[in-house]
Design a protein around this ligand. Structure first.
Ligand code: NAD
Length: 491
């Protein structure tokens, strides 16, 4: 891969359509900024409806191209595996690019990129496992079968918080099954997806199988989600945008898979080892400066240990090191966007107005060596909170946790489920019966017991309620990205 952080610096990045990098037809570009300094570091193409139509046309032509359509399943799987190995070879460069773009810790983006090849290999194995069925029909000399086949062009719209890792779980199976793809990455972190396009080209995928259109949601995103030439959308992002995209897709009766926001409950019982649970809560909510969809941002603690827990949480939060995302000893980097910083500050201030108290953090760090123009915010613990406060209901997507006590299991489950989101949840207890009761009653797509944020591409993940529908990961995705065709044959 030729692309590096320094080759991107100050450059104009084009679109990837039909196997080549091209300039946007109208010649429009927008700036992408470095979250550690707030300064512009490259320009990305602002694709419009014409550019998007060219990408969708290329993807439709590629879907019908015998070089892709008639490729054997084994060869298609091998191509995905070739891409896996190119990702492995270039993992550290991809990590540097993504960290520069969204401010996520380099050690975390490195870990993500280095684990991605395993995910590509897992999904590559689906290429030769897509099977239909033979069905009874109550008639002699008649065969009734269901064929399972690829959908066509899949539109993928991704967010800025973990662009490549989130893309992998849908791109890899989509390609293995034989679909073609148009990707619209976030305008706030586009560079790593364009670098991946270079690897896709290098791997030898036929032109048009994967296309990348960049730009804002208003321009490129709207054009893609209103286009009649797309067979399915996979959207990862906020619930508000998800609603809008589902509305656009409905006009063309196109199905969607929605991976949306969350406001996940994290529950602590008195029977656990305190330090262990405190560490779990801290990494569950403050990782990536709180910019993870599964962040355990509502913390419910059994009343008998509440005071002790709060003291330990404040002490532990005070030891978190906010700093440059490239430094080895940093625990929390900047937020990815300046708007995000304003939003976090606004939610903390409104929480205080509603009666909550800041027990730790609550402001921009005043630390030597950090640019004042960078978008940093201290990890923040809020107490004296209740579930009706705005910051306890809305997804903040920043390093803020609200903590409140509960008296018994019934109260805890009522509080935990009192949210319009249902993405993830966590419980810390030594009582396995209690953990299972929680798993049964909680309205969330993921339940963690005595751990948080651990995940596998081998299992299906997704949301309940306004956190979305459709699943990423595991065998489930084979059905997400294929359809059945019924064939009846008299003989
Ligand atoms: P966002 O909704 O602002 O944007 C996501 C993507 O949608 C971007 O590419 C954006 O350009 C595009 N977009 C915006 N408006 C559009 C429109 N009208 N039509 C088409 N596309 C449009 O989300 P974000 O701020 O980039 O990401 C943060 C959100 O993503 C959080 O809510 C987080 O919880 C969620 N998220 C969910 C998961 C999950 O798996 N459930 C994973 C990561 C992030």
């Amino acid at each position: 891969m030729k692309t590096t952080v320094s080759s991107i610096e100050g450059s104009r990045q084009g679109l990837f359509i039909n196997g080549e990098f091209v300039a946007p037809k109208a010649g429009n570009y927008i700036a992408s900024y470095d979250p550690t300094t707030g300064e512009r570091w490259y320009d990305l193409a602002e694709a419009d409806a014409d550019d998007v139509s060219a990408a969708v046309a290329a993807a439709n032509a590629a879907f019908r191209n015998p070089a892709w359509r008639r490729m054997t399943q084994t060869d298609r799987g091998a191509l995905v595996r070739t891409l896996a190995e190119l990702v492995r070879t270039n993992a550290d460069t991809l990590a540097e690019i993504e960290t520069r773009d969204n401010g996520k810790l380099l050690k975390e983006t490195r870990a993500q990129m280095r684990s991605m090849p395993d995910s590509y290999h897992y999904f590559a194995g689906m290429a030769d496992k897509l099977q239909g069925d033979t069905i009874p029909i109550n008639r002699a000399d008649t065969l009734n079968i269901n064929l399972r086949e690829a959908l066509g062009v899949v539109g993928m719209i991704t967010p800025w918080n973990s662009p490549l890792m989130l893309l992998t779980g849908t791109l890899a199976p989509c390609l293995a099954i034989g679909n073609t793809v148009v990707i619209k990455p976030s305008e706030h972190a586009t560079a790593s997806t364009l670098a991946l396009a270079e690897l896709i080209h290098e791997a030898g995928f036929p032109a048009g199988v994967v296309n990348v259109v960049t730009g804002t949601g208003k321009s490129a995103g709207e054009a893609l989600t209103r286009h009649p030439g797309v067979s399915k959308y996979v959207f990862t992002g906020s619930t508000a945008t998800g609603r809008r995209i589902a509305g656009n897709a409905a006009q063309n009766l196109v199905p969607c898979s929605m991976e949306l926001g969350g406001k996940s409950p994290h529950v602590i019982f008195g029977d656990v080892e305190l330090e262990h649970a405190v560490n779990g809560v801290v990494s569950g909510v403050f990782a990536a400066a709180g910019q993870t969809c599964v962040a355990g941002s509502r913390c419910f603690v059994e009343a008998s240990i509440y005071d002790k827990f709060i003291d330990a949480l404040i002490a532990r939060t005070g030891r978190i090191r906010v700093g440059l995302p490239t430094a080895e000893d940093t625990d929390i980097g900047p937020l990815a966007l300046s708007d995000q910083l304003t939003k976090v500050e606004g939610y903390v201030a409104s929480g205080v107005k509603e009666g909550a108290k800041i027990a730790a953090g609550g402001r921009r760090p005043q630390k030597e060596g950090l640019s004042r123009a960078g978008w940093y915010f201290e990890p923040t613990v809020m107490v004296d909170v209740h579930n009706d406060m705005g910051f306890m209901r809305d997804e903040i997507f920043g390093p803020v946790v609200g903590v409140m006590p509960f008296r018994d299991e019934a109260e805890m489950i009522a509080l935990a489920n009192d949210s319009h989101y249902g993405l993830a949840s966590g419980i810390w207890t030594k009582d396995i019966d209690r953990a299972l009761r929680f798993a049964n009653q909680i309205e969330a797509g993921t339940v963690w017991v005595n751990t948080y944020r651990s995940a596998s591409f081998m299992s299906a993940n997704g949301g309940f309620k306004e956190s979305g529908y459709g699943r990423r990961g595991g065998f489930e995705v084979m059905h997400e990205f294929s359809r059945l065709k019924n064939v009846i044959i008299d003989y």
